[in-house]
Ligand binder design. Structure first.
Ligand code: PLP
Length: 414
């Protein structure tokens, strides 16, 4: 029997239920039966407080509550309002002042930025490169628009960024493709929590510069969805100056999201921001990305744009938002460190971790391990190469409890 009745598959792999939401549903069913204390739901990709409630920045909510009806109702320009574009660049760059042409185009969250980058900077049929531990949505987005994702191994044997594997793959792809989009999710990578070091950045950029011949077009998409939950905002932006003034055929595009930074997940507010020494490349970026926006989601929510504009025109308010976020960022960092410390104490091998919402455990049968853990009330996300733990969604004591439990399940499977 054909899989679809009326719909066309068009080469896509469309599961009947999203894997993460499916497991989360099972966790909620167990909570109904056995109560909250019996269940650890570490599948959720949002920051929850220690009582399991979504963290929402009250300083941001206050701004939202004071918007006018027009702020909600009126269409926004396709590329975003002028104030929004200024504000989101400030949010993305922080104290860093880019010494190159930068343009921002509004997108519905970071997801829209990924979609528009692949659509405009790769050809139909191209392979898009990312690391072997990756956010599965990259693959869905690429497949949806007639591209696919291929990977390099993120870590070498010593647990360092695998520059040799990266170079091999870039070289291989550029020998058969004219264009190449490379997605780099840092800092606080989903699903590992890894952040590229400044040395990793130098190695990566030197490789791309050396391999990208003049007739090739390379787009570095830097997915910074978690940049404001990695730690010190200035320290985690130190890599940015390395991206200005690369050779003209290497175009960095930042995918910036307000989902986590301003707890505006559902407001679908983000931007793609290009950095280039060539004015015409920046102008072309605006032209093609606005065209794609018009042809897919049209414009984004004006209300979220006004919220960001209001925050960045009022320094006192901005400080309040930053302070409030810092409080929750510190809470998240403590959870991550607790998980990492405990894993090391009990001898559970985890993927190199730095910060952020997630940590991962490599294992040979992630689906099998996930099912056994579910019987014990522990819900994690099985990935191709291991299990993902969302430290963002569980309190510190559960972060400390998990490594021992996971280790004993993995040992029982040997
Ligand atoms: N990139 C990564 C790696 C993510 O995990 C997410 C969200 O989960 C996003 C981008 C973008 O999210 P949004 O579209 O909500 O901004």
């Amino acid at each position: 029997m054909k899989e679809f009745i009326m719909a066309q598959q068009n080469g896509r792999n469309i599961p009947s239920e999203d894997k993460i939401f499916g497991i989360s549903r099972l966790a909620n069913e167990m909570i109904e039966k056995k109560g909250k204390d019996a269940v650890t739901n570490a599948t959720i990709g949002a920051l929850l407080d220690d009582d399991g409630k979504l963290v929402v920045l009250s300083s941001v909510v206050e701004v939202l509550r004071n918007l006018t009806p027009e702020d909600y109702a009126e269409y926004a320009p396709i590329g975003g309002t002028a104030d929004f574009k200024k504000s989101i660049k400030k949010a993305a760059f922080g104290k860093y002042m880019p010494n190159c042409f930068t343009e921002a185009v509004a997108t519905p969250g970071g997801t829209g930025a990924i979609r528009n980058t692949i659509a405009n900077y790769s050809k139909i049929g191209d392979q898009v490169l990312t690391s072997d531990w990756f956010w599965a949505t990259y693959s869905s987005i690429a497949g949806e628009i007639g591209r696919s994702v291929t990977t390099y191994s993120l870590f070498d044997e010593a647990g360092n960024f695998n520059i040799a594997a990266f170079e091999r793959k870039v070289d291989e792809l550029l020998s058969v493709q004219e264009s190449l989009v490379i997605i780099i999710n840092t800092p606080a990578h989903n699903p590992t929590g890894y952040s590229l070091t400044l040395q990793d950045w130098d190695n990566l950029l030197n490789t791309v510069k050396a391999v990208a011949a003049e007739d090739k077009k390379v787009t570095l998409f830097i997915d910074v969805a978690y940049i404001d939950f990695a730690g010190d905002p200035d320290k985690y932006r130190e890599f940015l100056p390395k991206l200005e003034n690369l050779q003209a055929n290497i175009l960095p595009i930042m995918g910036y999201s307000s989902s986590k930074t301003f707890t505006l997940y559902g407001m679908r507010c983000g931007a793609m921001i290009c950095m280039t020494p060539i004015k015409e490349i920046a102008e072309e970026f605006v032209r093609v990305c606005q065209f794609s926006a018009r042809a897919s989601w049209s414009n984004c929510t004006r209300a979220s744009m006004v919220v960001l504009s209001k925050i960045y025109e009022d320094n006192t308010l901005l400080e309040r938002v930053n302070e409030e976020r810092k409080h929750y960022c510190d809470l998240l960092l403590k959870r991550g460190k607790a998980f990492e410390e405990e894993a090391s104490k009990v001898g559970l091998k985890i993927v190199p971790f730095d910060a952020g919402f997630f940590a991962s455990i490599p294992c040979p049968d992630p689906d099998g391990a996930s099912k056994i853990l579910q019987e014990e009330g522990i819900f994690l996300v099985p990935l191709a190469k291991g299990l993902r733990v969302s430290v963002a969604s569980i309190p510190e004591e559960k972060c400390r409890m998990l490594p021992g439990k996971i280790l004993s399940v993995l040992n029982s499977m040997k």
